[in-house]
Design a binder for this molecule. Structure first.
Ligand code: PBG
Length: 330
């Protein structure tokens, strides 16, 4: 094998156009899914203190937002809802007049080909903030009841599909929910509505800002009984394989940055489209460092997003989507 001075890797870095020619990983606005929070109780946007540039929105802003995203070349959104009322089972999440179905209708009327993904989970709708229905164990302690939760998730999914959602994204981490939701959608003649499974979702501190944004922090305990242990990678492959077998059309790894190795590992095992969720804490961290003048915001955004694509994600759910699309010239 010949080496220096015959071999000089710098030859391919001499000019910007040469570097573009040999670039291995690219980013485009169509790689991004933009998460949004619609709050049924608002008339004007309510900025989220921990997430600069992100607000809870009234449904009346949905149309204008859809147009703005389309102008930037962003093809897809992920919708979360904040309801007027909460209860132990999260039933307000199944209300066809809730903020999510209303926002879907508004956004689709403005931009019919916008791909609308809805987060399916009860935590924004339960008064206790857990991702499922609770029950008492024999010893008196409380746990999330997996199978009872599936019923509510299926009902919510069918309601979202009926409201026009293109993709249902269950984020609850209950066992068996992909198959259960698939059967419910098919039973209601929504066999063309796709499922993007939050297949590999870790019990992460990086959801902190989101829990302010979506008002869904658990009132007691934590989510370690259903979300995954950050120490586990083999288990990620098991979760991904199960969801694929149950009929998921796309898989997701979440969060993204602390789990780039897991994205790569899942990428190597599945032929399904793979998404990664660059979550609220990852977003807040970059903004906090930039505000403190520790790094350049735009360069940090592009480096972070490139790393997630390089690790193997096809799609990135990210709050940086609008700024990133502007940087990309959209
Ligand atoms: C649950 C859900 C969460 C996020 C997306 N869906 C929060 C959680 O599991 O506690 C986190 C997203 C983010 O942090 O940006 N419905």
């Amino acid at each position: 094998m010949s080496t220096f001075p015959i071999v000089r890797p710098r030859r391919l870095r001499v000019t910007a156009s040469m570097r573009t020619l040999v670039r291995e990983t690219t980013l485009a606005p169509s790689d991004f899914i933009y998460p949004m929070f619609f709050n049924a109780a608002l008339d004007t946007p309510s900025p989220i203190a921990t997430m600069p540039g992100i607000s809870q929105l009234p449904v009346s802003h949905a149309k204008a937002q859809a147009k703005l995203l389309a102008e930037r070349g962003i093809k897809s959104v992920l919708l979360f809802g904040l309801p007027k009322t909460k209860d132990p089972r999260g039933e307000s999440g199944c209300d066809p007049d809730g903020p999510v179905p209303r926002a879907i209708a508004e956004m689709k009327s403005a931009v019919p080909d916008l791909v609308v993904v809805t987060d399916v989970c009860v935590d924004e709708y339960t008064d206790h903030g857990h991702c499922g229905v609770l029950r008492k164990r024999r010893d008196g302690s409380i746990e999330v009841d997996n199978d009872a939760t599936l019923e509510v998730l299926a009902k919510m999914s069918v309601m979202h599909a009926n409201a026009g959602a293109d993709i249902i994204a269950p984020s609850d981490m209950m066992d068996g929910r992909v198959g259960f939701i698939r059967a419910a959608l098919d039973g209601a003649s929504f066999e063309t509505t796709a499922i993007l499974s939050y297949a590999v979702k870790y019990a992460s501190c990086f959801y902190g800002p989101f829990r302010d944004a979506a008002d869904c922090a658990p009132k007691f305990g934590d989510r370690a009984g259903y979300q995954m242990d950050p120490a586990n990678a083999r288990e990620a492959l098991r979760e991904a394989a199960l969801d694929e077998a149950e009929g998921a059309d796309m898989l997701m790894v979440k969060p993204a940055l602390p789990y780039l190795d897991v994205i790569r590992a899942v990428r190597e095992k599945t032929n399904l489209p793979l998404a990664a969720y660059n979550v609220s804490g990852e977003y807040a961290m970059v903004h906090a460092a930039a505000a403190a003048k520790m790094l350049d915001l735009d360069r940090a955004i592009m480096e972070v997003l490139t790393s997630i694509r390089r690790a193997g994600a096809d799609l990135i759910l990210t709050y940086h989507a609008i700024r990133a699309a502007e940087i990309l010239g959209g």
